[in-house]
Design a protein around this ligand. Structure first.
Ligand code: ADP
Ligand code: MG
Length: 647
């Protein structure tokens, strides 16, 4: 007997569920999309225990007739496709007929539905894919789907679920996305009895953005308006005059808003929520040179094109698409966004390529700095040649102007590594001896060498370069210290020390500052509220998705208060879900230190410079800031000697 068997539907559904249903948010996505396809205008989602105990979506859509309701749980049963030709132009969100049977095969599901064409509604109960009950039900038109005990019969999957907080954060973010795509509809989300999202229909996308993100975010955004362009096809594809039309609307943030990850980029293609590398790249390209690489904007983009231009049948969860003319869409998005940004305000060139990812925005108020620099008389060419010629690591850290080649032949020396502090990993110094023709300054054996950081303690400040870098003479050579990151390191350690002793210095705000949060931020806030408070932010919940800040740590003032809170929430979202208390504390302290630290472009009194150097020498890690950037570079005496042919 042959060995190949056709799998039963039961098994096939469970396999499909593996692709379609990854976590509670994927169930929510499929249910929401079905409700949208059914023309609903009100969506009410109740969730318990992050979605593992309960997910219930009620809609006021068309509902299903009894026969359809039963059919809906058959594999590949759909009302949305009838012919293979339809696959080329899919206007609905669903089309595979896989979601309901997949979800039903890994949960206990109940469906209540009534089409307005029938007198009575239908209630169906299914567990593990088996229909247990089908009876009449009294309800108004629409559909209620309840999914309980997700993965109760797939323990392996269940194990992969993260904490309730993480799972609900994904659900909330999904619901938020769809609420943005449909500002004329109501969305309501409740988790374990508390309301996370409650938005009623509004006239414009702008108003919905306001409802979801609050006025503070809206102030930072640029409205793209309604953009509509015909993009010519490349000559080798079709007749020369052929073009494809693309439309774009939505909002993007100005170049001053720097997000640490791509979570604030919301992309919709023909109303479908997608993740797409090509479009993410197009957005980064639009900000090229006006935002440091490794930082991301906020973007809410709705791209529309002919249905034939996108293949949505690429992935079972329908979160990826394939464009027929990828480069046209890419260039369209890049150019449109960039043009709007440029028209909004001319922006200065900012920073070198390859800024390492994850650098907080606050490190880079370089825009004004570089602008001033470009106009400034470049009297300090020596300083330029002192900086290590762009090794990859340094290229990432230095403002672009510092990496430019000097205009005239200034001696450049083979010390590419030598001026990097000795404790930088992976750096070895290669010093080539040059014959001495004028007699040595030091006998070779006595050239001061940096062997430990004690040299920092007796640095003699010589002044400031461009009001931003402290130049100091040391036993072992010439030092350049970034005043902002140096102060940041000092404050960081002070804040942590004060926290350890329970003596954090705070200052009351004249007026409590009210900050609006998104549903996901609200959840992150709840998780880190205690630590925020212990570090000097006296905050408390203040009504629907807002918190009031009543005091802030000493040194953090004005709009920085809000910025630190958002920055910390962003870090919380990105990496603190699993982080230990220590890590949370360090992240918050780093953010506070960065805000409170003296900035670049600031003239410092000699006494202040002295103080800064002493305080820096006293820190436990004076060579890198809490975010990992170097604080100082050193031009070793040996290299100076070599430069002047003295050894
Ligand atoms: P698909 O959405 O790909 O068609 P699903 O398994 O998600 O497949 O749904 C199967 C069918 O059930 C849909 O085609 C639709 O006819 C019906 N359906 C599902 N959810 C709803 C709903 N909320 N309201 C009305 N009909 C629905
Ligand atoms: Mg569907």
């Amino acid at each position: 007997m042959g060995r190949i068997r056709v799998l039963s539907d039961h098994v096939a559904n469970k396999i499909a569920a593996g692709e379609v249903v990854e976590r509670p948010a994927s169930v929510v996505k499929e249910l929401l999309e079905n409700s949208l396809d059914a023309g609903a205008t009100e969506f009410r989602l109740d969730v318990e225990a992050g979605g593992r105990r309960l997910i219930r979506l009620s809609d006021n859509g068309t509902g299903m007739m009894r026969d359809d309701a039963l059919l809906a749980f058959e594999r590949h049963a759909t009302s949305k496709l009838s012919d293979v030709k339809d696959l080329l132009s899919i206007a609905t969100l669903g089309f595979r007929g896989e979601a309901l049977p997949s979800i039903a095969s890994v949960s206990r599901l109940s469906l209540e539905t009534r089409s307005r064409e029938e007198q009575t509604g239908t209630a169906i109960e299914i567990a593990g894919g088996k229909i247990l009950k089908c009876e009449d039900a009294a309800l108004a038109g629409g559909t209620i789907i309840t999914v309980r005990d997700l993965f109760y019969n797939v323990p392996a999957r269940k194990k992969f679920l993260r904490s309730d907080q993480t799972e609900i954060a994904h659900v909330a973010s999904l619901m938020t996305h769809y609420s943005l795509a449909h500002h004329d509809k109501s969305f309501f989300l409740r988790h374990n009895g508390s309301d996370l999202l409650d938005v009623t229909p509004v006239e414009t996308l702008r108003e919905r953005v306001y409802q979801v993100f609050g006025s503070q975010t809206l102030d930072d955004l640029v409205d793209l308006g309604e953009q509509d362009r015909a993009m010519p096809l490349p000559a080798d594809e079709g007749e020369p005059a052929a073009a494809r039309r693309f439309r774009l609307r939505g909002f993007v943030s100005g170049p001053h808003v720097h997000k640490l990850n791509r979570n604030s980029i919301y992309l919709f293609v023909n109303g479908r929520l997608i993740r797409d590398r090509l479009l993410l790249h197009a957005i980064s390209a639009a900000y090229y040179n006006i935002m440091p690489a490794g930082n991301y904007p906020f973007a809410l983009l709705f791209i529309d094109c002919d249905l034939e231009e996108v293949d949505v049948n690429v992935h079972p969860s329908k979160t990826e698409v394939r464009f027929r003319h990828g480069s046209l869409v890419h260039d369209f998005v890049r150019d449109t966004v960039r043009d709007v940004l440029m028209a909004q305000r001319p922006v200065s060139r900012m920073i070198s390529p390859g800024q390492p990812p994850g650098q907080p925005a606050t490190h880079l108020p370089y825009s004004e700095f570089t602008q001033r620099m470009e106009n400034a008389d470049f009297g300090v060419l020596a300083a330029e040649s002192m900086l290590p010629s762009a090794t990859p690591a340094d290229a990432a850290l230095l403002p672009e102007f510092l990496l430019r080649r000097p205009p005239s032949p200034v001696p450049r020396f083979d010390f590419s590594d030598a001026s990097i502090p000795a404790d930088m990993p992976g750096v070895t110094s290669t010093v080539r001896a040059i014959p001495d023709t004028h007699g040595p300054l030091f006998p070779n054996s006595e050239i001061p060498q940096l062997d430990n950081l004690d040299a920092l303690r007796d640095l003699r400040p010589l002044g400031q370069l461009h009001d931003s870098f402290i130049i100091a003479a040391g036993r072992d050579g010439l030092w350049i210290i970034d005043q902002h990151v140096a102060h940041e390191r000092i404050l960081f350690e002070q804040v942590l020390e004060a926290r350890r002793r329970g003596k954090v210095e705070t200052q009351g705000l004249l007026m409590p500052m009210v900050i609006q949060l998104t549903a996901a931020q609200q959840l992150d806030y709840v998780r880190i509220a205690d630590e925020l408070n212990a570090l000097g932010f006296d905050t408390e919940p203040f009504g629907n998705r807002t918190i009031a800040v009543k005091s802030a740590p000493a040194g953090v003032t004005g709009s920085d208060v809000e910025k630190v809170v958002f920055e910390v929430l962003e870090i919380a979202e990105r990496e603190m879900r699993k982080a230990s208390l220590e890590d949370q504390r360090a992240a918050i302290a780093a953010s506070i230190a960065c805000r409170a630290a003296i900035k670049i472009n600031m003239r410092l009194e000699p006494a202040k410079i002295e103080w800064l150097l002493r305080a820096l020498a006293a820190t436990s890690s004076p060579m890198s800031c809490p975010h990992g950037r170097p604080i100082a570079v050193r031009y070793a005496t040996r290299d100076i000697l070599k430069t002047f042919h003295r050894i």
